[in-house]
Design a protein around this ligand. Sequence first.
Ligand code: PEP
Length: 247
Amino acid sequence: MRRKLAAGNWKMNGTAASLAELEALKSLLPADTPDVVICPPAPLLFRATQAAKGTSIRIGAQDCHMQASGAFTGDISADMIADTGATYVIVGHSERREAHEERDRDVRKKAKSAWAADLTAIICIGETLEDHEANNTLDIIAGQLAGSLPGEMTPTNTVIAYEPIWAIGTGKVPTLDQIVEVHDFIRERITTRYGAPVAELIPLLYGGSVKPDNAAMIFQAENVDGALVGGASLKAADFGPIISALA
Ligand code: PEP
């Protein structure tokens, strides 16, 4: 059975006071809770791991450097993230790809550096609005899968998040048919490259304007194993119902 996962990406939002939302989330977790990961800004990682102690909530970072250490002012290595007690890291988020000009090759290296520190990499892929409108989605996704996923990927070291860029933070969500089409395609591609045992177990998340009122619709897709949630993960009152919809 594939594990289900709800991951919250706080992006560049929140200070120590925001950890009250993590505290509040604890009491909203359903009995048969799926895996839950909160990815706060880096300065909050250690405090978040302390706040999550004794619960099933795991903590992740939003990015890591591809090198283990060195002269990279302002960057954070995977080892440093693991040292806070965090166990996940998002790599290749479209905001990093765009604002920091990260390419598939960089994402692949970051995933490997995450693994070297025993972190699970949440590898993000997704097409632009232009590619979506030109019906290029599957070609773009095929290219990103080929370029961003390292050959040594396993269901325990990696989670894949499909996030159409045009759906992130916009309130626009693909139709269920579109979500099904892309997620089925991703699972097929992984089967071809890694074999059925890997493909059947690797969690595939959908990301892009997931909210309490559309989560159940999205989770109907057989090959959607959870969500990567931005805005609606900031408040326990929003993220809790999304987690419950997955349970
Ligand atoms: C994200 O940042 O990964 C994301 C999906 O954001 P939102 O849920 O706000 O669209």
